[in-house]
Design a protein around this ligand. Structure first.
Ligand code: A2P
Length: 314
């Protein structure tokens, strides 16, 4: 397994287990299987609603804590300074841990504290750089107090991350964004390399399992793309493995979700699969800027959010 070195000096395993949409009743078994076969990086979030079940699996494993990498994320309704530490403590309690390896601000979107998902535009609070810096400053205190070892961002543009870097005491460690051959995030990858940060890619397989209302008509499939299938055939392996091998080989970390034992194993093996230059070039040619998760659920009548102000045109 490759590791990515973060500004703190900590090393994050390049391939981890994604747990979004890993259903209650399935996720503990999936995490236990993953740990048994060698996964050491588990990606969680409060909003996934399954942290306490993941905590059961973490409590039962004999993998030493210092060999595990556990990430969680601050939900959008807990970004006010007074809500940050309680939210982190909540995730720690659910996961049964004393500290997290990484805690990310989940979205550059703020919800009223009482709202989990917005039903109306008025459930959303406008975004300001000032408020983001206050949230970050609270996260820095949590690092100081050893509740978390590294902090970072998810779904943030390089422009928003740059504003944090200019004002921070604790440097952001990771930018977690959607990354796959159709959305290669070259600007983000270059920005993070320049600033010593790691990029973690979510939805590396095209996130087919997400809720139906988030799936657009005529959406392209990654796992069925003819180039991916032909490279898989050449290596006598699966399309999924090729997509993950590409991600790790280009220097990003990647967090495929699976609750299926066979696919969990295949996905882990992909971290050590080597693709040749011709394979990498062919996959690199597929970049089309296509987002499977474009944030349009934050854009509603009366909402202060637009796709432009979420992504800053990136
Ligand atoms: P399952 O949990 O049944 O394995 P992403 O990580 O891009 O969000 O994609 C996760 C989805 O892809 C889940 O539906 C998961 O289903 C499925 N999946 C996970 N690993 C593979 C694989 N190697 N090949 C095909 N589908 C996969």
């Amino acid at each position: 397994m490759k590791f990515l070195t973060l500004p703190s000096g900590d090393e994050m395993p390049a391939l981890g287990l994604g747990t979004w949409q890993a259903a209650k009743g399935e996720v503990a078994r999936a995490v236990t299987t993953a740990l048994d076969i060698g996964y050491r990086h588990i990606d969680c979030a409060h909003v996934y609603g399954n942290e306490s079940e993941i905590g059961e699996a973490l409590a039962a494993t004999d993998v030493p804590r210092e060999e595990l990498w556990v990430t969680s994320k601050l939900w959008n309704n807990s970004q006010m300074p007074e809500d940050v530490r309680p939210a982190l403590e909540n995730s720690l309690k659910a996961l049964g841990l004393d500290y997290l390896d990484l805690y990310l601000i989940h979205w550059p979107v703020q919800l009223k504290n009482s709202v989990m998902y917005p039903e109306a535009g008025s459930d959303l609070i406008p975004w300001t750089t000032g408020h983001m810096l206050e949230t970050w400053s609270e996260l820095e205190k949590c690092v100081e107090d050893r509740l978390v070892r590294n902090i970072g961002l998810s779904n943030f543009s390089t422009k928003k991350i740059a504003a944090i870097i200019e004002n921070c005491t604790v440097h952001p460690a990771v930018s977690q964004v959607e990354v796959h051959p159709y959305l290669q995030q070259r600007q983000m990858c270059e920005f993070c390399a320049e600033h010593g940060m790691a990029v973690t890619g979510f939805a590396p397989l095209g996130s087919k399992h997400r809720p139906a209302h988030q799936i657009k008509d005529g959406e392209p499939s990654l796992l069925d793309h003819k180039i991916i299938l032909s490279i898989a055939k050449k290596h006598s392996t699966t399309a999924g493995k090729i997509l993950l091998a590409w991600a790790v080989q280009r220097g990003t970390s990647v967090i495929p979700k699976s609750t299926n034992p066979t696919r969990l194993e295949q996905n882990l093996e992909a971290a050590d699969k080597i693709l040749d230059t011709e394979d990498m070039d062919l996959i690199n040619s597929l970049d089309s800027g296509y987002r499977f998760l474009d944030g349009s659920h934050w854009v509603k009548e009366g909402s202060p959010y637009t796709l432009e102000n979420i992504w800053d045109g990136e």
